[in-house]
Design a binder for this molecule. Structure first.
Ligand code: BGC
Ligand code: BGC
Length: 614
């Protein structure tokens, strides 16, 4: 662990606050003393967060603009690949530049570790939140978050944009899998558990990372499940459905909160003083800092300066700015608007302060919050991590915890003729379709890449196919046929079907029926009279009447991540299914949205449903 010399800073602080004053002790006092030394440029720098990819080739801008934070958005991987070493080196290099500045204020470094340290090749990948919601086990969620924190800290990173505490009310939404479920109580319990796991008992510990509870407020309630859309609800409904997880996360100690791209009743959340300052900071007494989402303030107005004025005055403390160049990329469609850059932001905000449109007191409040959290994180003493934490990334112990989460997340929807559990002594087991031998499908979006389309190799991961092979007796023949042909004379066929990976708005769907090739492969496999068990890999409920009719067993496995063995544990009876649906399962597209508590509630399976073995 690299120790930083604090002498220079403490010395100058003492000078600044006068010889008779005692040196600052608490994080609050230290932040106050440091703030008192800062110029406006230094303060605005702290409020600026830039994407690592945008800084490629202009890393010295970190020192030039006194940047307070760098993030790596989905796909902004180190130029030297995605190994844990490459990540650790990149973060250390960028942080060292921040320490060249006059006041040596360290970076707080953000990343989307949303199901394990998912940008790192070789990390332990956990089920996405929807699967964790199905475990109904907050202790398992806390353990998962602890492992995630240790792996994140292992690479020297101190901040993850998690947990997402969206309450998903419409499964057409492409971010449904980032939600623990449709029930505010369930999401509150799981979100608070995740905060505890990430931040640990002491935020300053080398293995604790800052959590970022997101996306405030009402992201899961947009009309039609449209990502970044509009949540139309009266105040009472907004508070009842979407606020409880924030109250729980604040109680659990979350020290940062990200604002949602979405709007409430037609007005962008990023401009809402009533909710960010009024509700979150004044009423709920949130003491941490509020960060904007990726270029999200840009959506407030066509005039960037107005966007900055409104968002900062609404109460946003740090602004996420992904772009370095004003010109849109050469392949952008004609007419693509100019991109707003961090130098635009910094210049405009400075002007706004000079013009009196953003009060200095607002700037000071923002910077005070950011600095206090940096002190509480212990960043002025050392970066996160240790050789031990680095070495434990993707360790067998961590994977065992993820495997346990997978096991507990599986929801048994149908088990005709007690087809499950399958005997490990079966003579011949068939496997078909896209999810059987495909880590992209098994992990879903936000895995080494934002959308995670194809060709994912992930060090140490186990596919469901490999897990089945490892589970059965040496005499059992396991036959894999992607299209379902050649599976005659099998005792059982496992059809691993579901969704291709996606993230955010790219996953918004009007049609949640299974793909035709999936259904075709099952029909082909069935021709020989073989019973079929469908393992559904999906980020949300799909329309499955055809599947229920054609398969004896149906197991909802969500997006299980790197530990395919957890799926095999349940298929072969080493563990009984205990998962319960975290959301209602619709009968048809026409029935969506369907949520517990609706008048005439009549889903295919109610929220909370889940069979087990005798
Ligand atoms: C980034 C993501 C980000 C998304 C927002 C992508 O290019 O990689 O991190 O969430 O843009 O639209
Ligand atoms: C997403 C956030 C994410 C951020 C940084 C945004 O597009 O909405 O959830 O944390 O990008 O990658």
């Amino acid at each position: 662990m690299m120790k930083r010399s604090r002498l220079f800073m403490i010395g100058s602080l003492t000078l600044a606050i006068g010889a008779c004053t005692k040196p600052p002790q608490t994080a609050v006092q230290k932040a106050e003393a440091l703030l008192a030394q800062m110029t406006l440029d230094e303060k605005i720098g702290q409020m600026t967060q830039v994407d690592s990819e945008a800084l490629t080739g202009r890393e010295q801008d970190i020192a030039k603009y006194f940047l307070g934070s760098v993030l790596s958005g989905g796909g902004s991987n180190p130029s030297k690949g995605s190994s844990s070493q490459a990540w650790k080196d990149m973060v250390a290099k960028l942080d060292a530049i921040a320490l060249q500045t006059r006041l040596r204020v360290p970076l707080v470094y953000g990343i989307d570790a949303v199901h394990g340290h998912n940008n790192v090749d070789g990390a332990t990948i956990f089920p996405h939140n929807i699967g964790l919601g199905a475990t109904r086990d907050p202790e398992a969620v806390e353990r998962a978050a602890r492992v995630t924190a240790e792996e994140v800290a292992g690479t020297g990173i101190d901040w993850t944009f998690a947990p997402c505490v969206a309450v998903v009310r419409d499964e057409r939404w492409g971010r449904s899998y980032e939600s623990f479920g449709e029930d505010p109580g369930l999401v509150s319990t799981m979100g608070a558990a995740a905060v505890r796991g990430l931040q640990g008992v002491d935020l300053a510990a080398p293995s604790s990372v800052l959590s970022c509870t997101k996306h405030f407020l009402g992201d899961g309630g947009t009309t039609g499940g449209k990502d970044q859309g509009d949540t139309r609800a009266d105040t009472a409904t907004l508070r009842k459905l979407y606020l409880p997880p924030y109250e729980a996360a604040i109680k659990a100690g979350t020290q940062s909160i990200m604002v949602s791209y979405s709007s409430w009743n037609g007005m962008k959340m990023h401009a809402r003083h009533d909710l960010i300052t009024g509700l979150l900071k004044d009423e709920l007494k949130f003491r941490g800092f509020v960060v904007s989402d990726w270029a999200a303030i840009d959506q407030i107005s066509p005039d960037y300066k107005t966007c900055i004025e409104q968002s900062i005055n609404a109460g946003i403390d740090m602004v996420m700015i992904p772009h370095a160049l004003a010109a849109p990329p050469p392949d952008a469609p004609p007419g693509t608007a100019k991109l707003n850059t961090y130098s635009d932001f910094i210049g405009d905000l400075k002007e706004l302060v000079a013009e009196g449109k953003v009060p200095t007191s607002r700037i000071d409040d923002a910077v005070r919050r950011i600095l206090r959290v940096k002190f509480e994180l212990g960043l002025f003493d050392a970066r996160k991590g240790s050789p031990e934490l680095f070495a434990a990334i993707g360790s067998p112990e961590h994977r065992a915890i993820a495997r346990d989460c997978v096991r507990k997340s599986l929801v048994l929807l149908q088990n005709r003729n007690r087809i499950l559990p399958i005997s490990k002594q079966a003579k011949r087991i068939g496997l078909t379709d896209k999810g059987a031998n495909n880590l992209n499908v098994q992990c879903g979006g936000w895995t080494l890449d934002w959308q995670n389309f194809n060709g994912l190799t992930l060090k140490g991961a186990t596919t469901i196919l490999a897990a089945v092979k490892a589970a059965v007796s040496p005499q059992t023949q396991v036959v894999y046929s992607p299209d379902g042909t050649g599976l005659a004379a099998c005792d059982v066929v496992l059809a691993i079907v579901g969704e291709d990976p996606y993230a955010e708005f790219k996953g918004d769907r009007q049609d949640l029926n299974l793909d035709a090739p999936d259904l075709q492969a099952i029909a082909t496999a069935r021709q020989s009279g073989t019973p079929v068990v469908a393992v559904l890999i999906s980020g949300r409920p799909l329309v499955i009447d055809a599947l229920l009719a054609s398969c004896d067993g149906v197991l909802a496995a969500w997006l299980p991540g790197s530990e395919g063995r957890g799926v095999a544990d349940v298929l072969f009876g080493d563990a009984k299914p205990t998962g319960k649906l975290p959301c209602s399962w619709p009968r048809s597209m026409a029935q969506i949205p369907v949520n517990a508590g609706d008048a005439n509630y009549d889903p295919l399976f109610p929220c909370g449903f889940g069979l087990s073995y005798e």
